[in-house]
Design a protein around this ligand. Structure first.
Ligand code: MN
Length: 705
């Protein structure tokens, strides 16, 4: 069992005293936080984080990773918050602990098996700092080592998750020691009978061979010493899971797989690797075709070593691997081995930079060797993803591009869901459709039968599927709306020149449509409504060449276009000034969105005065329908329950509040900002009057932009 003393011995071998102290401080912090909690085995809980830190210390990970390892269950299992960790150990450690907690919270149990790969990617995508993954792997490793005391159903679930999720992640990061241990422990938990049989056979074979192995080992060592190479020769054994996989995939018997003697020789330099190889080839006869130089041509995952097979005494094959300590570290610990080489940058950025360096190193090695880049590409994509991974409420994982929103998610689920979506919940909280999603979130889409896509979605939908569906919908479903609006815009403009669509000579119109490549008048009107063709210019083009006498004088020319609230998609209401019926208004013809209605005094409208040709005179129709968004600011005394009083009063008038927020004005007064749907100015005035009668309300004003 790991003790603090033993850990400190390891720490002192590669960290400075100050860093070692910080790690110790984290230990005592964790001990206190978990005070009274015990593991299932009965030991105090702190033995677990201590062991996890021990695993990472053996890999020579930096002190921040070790502190995070000590604290990794503190947020999840004790009442301590991220902020408190930040205050004690700095923001980077707080982020690491928070990241590990988030991974721990992800439920894999309910997922289908084929989702495992996406889950791995999601885990990697969620870790802003790659050290989060390394701490999580160490955490899982210790849990697997102590799995025996768990009830069997839970143990099986954890074992399956380890084999399907964590062992592939370890492999992608080149951490083979961890991967092999995951596999052996997972295999034992999932298939205890098979594992026990292989284990027993292994032990028996080991007994038989012990003497011979020792003899060969000694012989190699002595030969190398005579040549002046003072190196360690290690006996090597296959691990249980790899024997099982080989028996299964190659249909070999246990003795066929085991009938080989394997050694590893660790030397001080690349040069020595080749010289040691020469010595060994002179000691035993090499088997032709079995020599492999993975130093000159590394394996796709960056593995480097020399491999050879020799024919030993009595014709027993002997497998030998020769490599440097650095190659050994890389083969065992992969990306974690990168932390051995100290730099001063301990931030998340430094961590990601090292991850990049590691990938870059693999890449260069591969380019020199000229073999497959597939592994590297997949590692690169996993570590620096352009995708996010989010859950449906049913636990399915969807892959979306970075910055995707709930609208993209809705269309990814189904086109019908996208077309009828009205709102969303992100992790069970109501959220705006425009909020960018993040990996690991659960997204639920609320739909409504009569709902239609909104042109404003195009401002934030990023996937091709969502965008093309919205465009498609807007194009066809809103055609009638557009044609009608385009007709009234163009007619109004023609009127200012003393003409109208009706009075325009038919052949003149037909010629113009042909010239401009329109199939019909409706197509032209639609373009006018969409803002891609301006009414004034179109009128001028249509009227050019006509005699003044052909133009009737029209008194209507200054009449603004009437808005009656039922125009549909091609008329929208500006979010900056929230016009409501009764307000003096003016329109702006925008590309894609059609006519946007602003209040006349809106600052944004004034800013657009350079585009006078896009401004349109508007008025409210006498029979205007619908509900319009209005914003009020209520200044109230700071008292408990005031927001509830205000909300109840508004609700009692049958008005729906869309949004409430507060701003503290000073210690005595608070601003309550309300967004609600009203029928018009008269309606709003009535609401404001009712609000002013509430006790402790000082002032009620409508918000201008
Ligand atoms: Mn843990």
């Amino acid at each position: 069992m790991q003790t603090l003393d033993a850990l400190n011995t390891t720490l002192r071998s590669y960290l400075n005293p100050e860093q070692t102290n910080h790690v110790n401080r984290a230990y005592f912090f964790a001990e206190q936080a978990h005070y009274g909690q015990r593991r299932r085995s009965g030991e105090p809980y702190v033995t677990h984080p201590l062991a996890v830190a021990g695993i990472l210390a053996d890999m020579h990970m930096d002190h921040q990773s070790l502190i995070a390892a000590m604290l990794h269950d503190v947020i999840e299992d004790t009442g301590i918050e991220k902020v408190a960790i930040g205050e004690q150990f700095g923001p980077t450690v707080a982020e690491l602990v928070d990241g590990v907690s988030k991974l721990t919270q992800m439920e894999f149990g309910s997922l289908e098996e084929k989702q495992a790969e996406n889950f791995q990617k999601m885990a990697l995508a969620m870790a802003q700092d790659i050290r989060v993954i390394l701490v999580k792997l160490a955490d899982r490793l210790h849990n697997m080592r102590t799995l025996g005391v768990l009830k069997s159903a839970k143990a099986r679930r954890i074992a399956r998750e380890t084999l399907e999720i964590y062992s592939p992640i370890a492999m992608r990061l080149g951490m083979n020691s961890v991967r092999m241990e995951f596999e052996d422990l997972g295999f034992k938990a999932l298939y205890p009978m098979r594992a026990a049989r292989i284990d027993a056979a292994l032990r028996q074979a080991r007994g038989h061979r012990k003497e011979l192995v020792e003899k060969v080992r000694h012989q190699i060592e002595v030969t190398l010493q005579q040549e002046g190479h003072d190196v360690a020769v290690l006996g090597r054994e296959k691990h249980v899971y790899s024997i099982y996989k080989k028996m299964k995939s190659k249909r070999k018997s246990f003795s066929e797989i085991m009938d080989i003697y394997a050694f590893r020789i660790i030397v001080d330099s690349v040069d020595t690797c080749y010289r040691v190889l020469g010595c060994i080839h002179s000691l035993y006869k090499p088997v032709p075709g079995e020599f492999k130089d993975y130093i000159a041509i590394p394996k796709a995952n960056g593995y480097q070593s020399l491999h050879t097979v020799l024919m030993g005494m009595h014709g027993v094959p002997i497998e030998v691997q020769i490599r440097t300590q650095e190659m050994e570290d890389m083969a065992n610990n992969g990306i974690a081995a990168h932390w051995l080489y100290k730099t001063e940058d301990h931030s998340a950025k430094g961590s990601q930079a090292r991850a990049r360096e590691w990938v870059q190193g693999l890449l260069e090695m591969q380019q020199r060797a000229g073999n497959s880049l597939e592994f590297i590409e997949s590692v690169k994509i996993d570590l620096f993803p352009d995708e996010i991974y989010v859950f449906t409420p049913q636990g399915r994982i969807l892959e979306l591009p970075r910055r995707a929103t709930a609208v993209d998610f809705a269309y990814a689920v189904h086109t019908d869901v996208g077309n009828s979506c009205v709102a969303c919940r992100i992790n069970r909280r109501l959220a705006p459709l425009s909020e960018p999603l993040q990996s690991g979130q659960t997204v639920e889409i609320l739909t409504s039968a009569g709902a239609r896509p909104n042109p404003s979605w195009l401002d934030y939908a990023v996937t091709a599927k969502a965008r093309s569906n919205i465009h498609h919908f807007l194009k066809y479903q809103t055609r009638d709306d557009s044609v009608a609006l385009g007709r009234s815009l163009l007619d109004k403009s023609l009127a200012s020149f003393g003409s109208s669509l009706e009075s325009l000579p038919a052949e003149k119109l037909a010629k113009f449509l042909a010239q401009q490549r329109y199939d019909s008048l409706d197509d032209l009107l639609e373009d006018v409504a969409r803002g891609s063709r301006l009414p004034t210019f179109t009128s001028q083009q249509l009227l050019s060449g006509l005699q003044d006498s052909q133009l009737q004088q029209n008194n209507d020319s200054d009449q603004p276009v009437a808005i009656c609230g039922t125009e549909g998609f091609m008329v929208s209401y500006a979010r900056c000034c929230h016009p409501i019926p009764g307000d003096p208004i003016e329109g702006y013809l925008s590309l894609e969105k059609g006519v946007v209605v602003h209040r006349e005094q809106c600052k944004n409208l004034v800013d657009m005065r350079d585009h006078n040709e896009r401004r349109i005179a508007l008025r409210w129709d006498g029979a205007v329908e619908g509900e319009y968004r209005a914003e009020l600011r209520v200044e109230v005394e700071n008292r408990r329950g005031m927001i509830a009083v205000i909300a109840t009063r508004i609700n009692s008038m049958g008005v729906n509040i869309e949004k409430i927020s507060t701003d503290d004005k000073d210690y005595q007064f608070t601003y309550v900002n309300l967004e609600m749907l009203v029928k018009g100015r008269v309606h709003l005035a009535r609401i404001m009057k009712r609000l002013r009668t509430i006790n402790h309300v000082r002032k009620v004003t409508r918000i201008k932009n």
